[in-house]
Unconditional design. Sequence first.
Length: 762
Amino acid sequence: MNLPRLIRFYSVSLTLLAAVCASPPDFNIIIVTLDTTRADRLGCYGYERAHTPSLDSLAVDGVLFENAFTTSPITLPAHASLFTGLYPPVHGVRDNGIYRLEDEAVTLAEVLGEAGMNTGAAIGAYVLSSRFGLAQGFDHYDERLKGQPGAKAAFYVERSAGEVTDAALEWLNGLGHRRPFFLWVHYFDPHSPCRPPAPYDSLCPGRPYDGEVAYMDSQLGRLLDCLRESGEYERTLIVAVGDHGEALGQHGEPTHGIFIYDPTVRIPLLVKYPGGELAGKRVSGNVSLVDLFPTVLEAAGLEWPGSIQGRSLLHDNSPGERAVYLETLMPEQTFGWHRLEGLVQGNMKYVDAPVPELYDLTADPGETQNLVESEPDRAQRMSSRLAALKWELERESRQLAGRMELDSESAERLRALGYISGGAAAHSPDSLPDPKLMIGSLGRFMEGVMAEAEGEYAAALAAFDSVLADDPENLYAIRYKGFVLMEQDSMRLAIEQFTRAVELQPESPANFMLALAWSRLGSVGETRSWLERTVKMQPGHARAHAMLADILLDCGETAVAVEHMETARRLAPQDKRVLNDLGSLLLERGEPEAAAESFEEALAVDPDYPLALYNLGIARYRLGELEEAEEVLARVAADFTGDKKVQNNLGVVRAARQDREGAERAYRAALDADSSFAPAWNNLGNVMAATGRTNEAAAAYSSALEIEPDYAEACFNYGILLAERLELPDSALMLIERGIALAPDSPRALKMGDFARELRAR
């Protein structure tokens, strides 16, 4: 690779032809994003207590950028900037969880893929799930996540660096000799809470964050070693970059997302070019995450479509007067505090806030001496420069992101990671308080968030109450308190909190939480009312449409129910719960074939989703596909041995296949789970009657009717047994007539009517 020939583009904001070079580069490309990683905690950046040999080796073999900045100290917006070359006001992704990068965006993976590269990704956390739009352009997007100890086991939220590396190597090995490739690897380990595995916990005693960074580095080392062993290392462009840093308590911030001080916005950036070009170089100029998009494409000999804010790092990056833009909207969208926007120019940083800030990053790297009052002219110049830059970015805005409405499961997954985004300010932006004045409550709030994720509900409530004592209109503290009360089954108290949230913010996500709370109390009317309000206020809320469809179906409003379910499916085509709900509705309508298709779609999203597997088994049974039905239900039954309904329905399918022994095992398993489950007693009686065990069958039917006296099917079955086997026609007639009275419109009641007349004639 001859780098000098590639130095062709010089403008900060470029407009080029949309076409890209038809041929791929003659080298591979790997981008490794280091979530929540501070530059000043790596050995190559001067941290003497670091254990980061893998990253340090990349610094030796490549270029280290001393002053690299993220665009936002929030994972999803930062990654969107990296892969589009655009600042957040332009691409539109401003926070986690509630935005999606739309298909209209052009991503690095799309450009490289169209040029002929094989593209794959392995991510470490749900915050970058494909549902948020970053999967576009990747042939393979590995997001197989698992629950972490302490997190709610039902929600798959993150995986370790070791598992991410395993997934990346699995994809690389599966490529065979197909080259070149583009691989994105995302490590999440340094994110709070920090619990480094052995031996990294003891390697960095009392410094769990450093331990997580060390463990992450070791797993990056496995990936690099594999490249070296295969001979690919020298012919691979490797970028290792942080998405944002971590405050670790500096400026009163526990984690990240609230402020734009250097601990959370200054990031490590290492670029190793193929063939050892530029090895060992250090660049002091200010660079931004948006610069990676044009850098990678220029190195690959490809042009980029449209105008971008980034510039190629293949140029001479002297400090100059380039202004690098920073922002965080989390204070506003999560807590109802003022958003922060700023810029870094040379060695100066300016932050626009109710109390504006100006810092000399060379003389005051800790950003403790606000120079706004002592240097008013400089502060005014930088304020004007920021205002002009913001105007330019807003003018360039592409509307490439859409707002999302999270279903309850997705919100739970993000909460389990400690993410709390998804709200909006209750007041006008100009009246919002300065985050600096409110930060005292954030530590207590995060204590509550983490306690809730760990299931420590009393501690969580105490933390949220403490926040609300100082900030009674804190929307997220109110809603989180409601979440915790729901977890404790205190629905009435939860409803009080969610109602307060809706009073403060009529379009609040608490509308949906009120629907959930009333649903758990069994109030169909209130549930329906709040669901209807939710879909009116938030028409993109897929889960609300799905739940409303279920209620409407029960109310006999089938046509409207189908409309809402189809809306849910359109809004969330990859939401397994919506797809499962749609299948259930179709099953209720007597359309098992269409239902099975919907369940299959849910399983394409999550092959191990038990509800969809179970329902698919029922649909296959109703279609007469007994072998397929048994296969699916047996798989679910193996994982849920204590689920009486699963075991019972497995028995029904086996009985239909004339496997009476297998059916009996399943029915007994159902009764082991719940000895008062009448359907299993009834079905067990059927098997015993079919195998000539008349007295045992009679006892089973009798048990079913003792538990559920109005069980029409058990009346019919016991009546037939009494008439045909025990020759007790009077007792039989009494049971059959009772069954007919209980279910006069059932298909079987008509046949039993004929049998009753026959008994009377005997």
